[in-house]
Design a protein around this ligand. Structure first.
Ligand SMILES: [Zn+2]
Length: 252
């Protein structure tokens, strides 16, 4: 996605970007230009918030045992939340690029959570249940799965898959591999679109990070890596002093 969208997504873990930005807030970004790509990678973001009366920061770091890195605050706590391992639809993803309610797809906003992931990443049933249907509205959804979970009172949907490994009516256990992620249907890049909705006619969309049956947590830098992490953060700080990009917010 665009540079601005990426920053907005990071900031959204801290605060309601639309409501809580204030005149005089200061945003600083350290980034690098990626080779062979007309894209940027944000290494560090610091945001001095008048509303929250503190400075927030996010530092990119890839720790031991992490397939992909993430953004962590100075204490080594990851900014983004993750769904608990036992019930996450996808364990290995690059980043979350969109949450329910993000205004991107129509007036009602986005109905799911988008996990940017390499094609072929295992997709798992987040709860036990039964396969309600597969690969409907393929032009938009690509190969896809809908599961029914009477106990939790929800259905879950998994879109843009490369392979569907279950059949309609099939019972699946929690954590069972049901598909491989892909880039089918209407997408801009490989990702899993994961949706949680109520089983009733309202089909209320739930944010998985604000839904009682989904447990979530923040990753932490392991204690033996803290020194290395601190060194990386110091290097980012030095880069910012030398040649970072700073923006003073003028809201409204
Ligand atoms: Zn989506």
């Amino acid at each position: 996605g665009s540079f601005a969208a990426h920053l907005a997504r990071l900031l959204a873990w801290f605060m309601d970007v639309n409501r809580n930005m204030r005149n005089g807030d200061v945003l600083n970004v350290v980034y690098e230009r990626l080779d062979n790509e007309d894209q940027f990678k944000v290494l560090q973001l610091t945001y001095k918030s008048g509303y929250l009366k503190k400075t927030l920061d996010a530092n990119f770091y890839k720790g031991d045992g992490m397939k992909y890195g993430g953004y962590f605050d100075r204490n080594g706590k990851e900014i983004a939340k993750r769904i608990a391992e036992k019930q996450t639809p996808i364990a290995e993803y690059i980043e979350i690029t969109s949450l329910p309610g993000d205004f991107r797809k129509g007036r009602r906003g986005h109905s799911g959570t988008d996990f940017k992931a390499e094609v072929g990443t295992p997709i798992r049933a987040s709860f036990e249940g039964r396969v309600r249907r597969t690969s409907w509205n393929v032009r938009a959804n690509g190969y896809c799965i809908e599961l029914d979970h009477p106990r939790e009172g929800v259905i879950t949907r998994y879109l843009h898959l490369s392979r569907v490994l279950v059949k309609r009516g099939q019972y699946v256990k929690q954590g069972e591999v049901i598909a491989e992620s892909g880039n089918t249907g209407r997408t801009f890049a490989p990702h899993l679109h994961y949706e949680v909705r109520s089983r009733d006619k309202k089909k209320t969309v739930y944010n998985p990070f604000d839904f009682k049956y989904h447990k979530s947590y923040h990753r932490n830098i392991s204690s033996y890596e803290v020194k290395e992490f601190q060194a990386v953060v110091s290097a980012y700080d030095a880069l910012l002093q030398d040649n970072g990009v700073g923006v003073k917010i003028q809201a409204g």
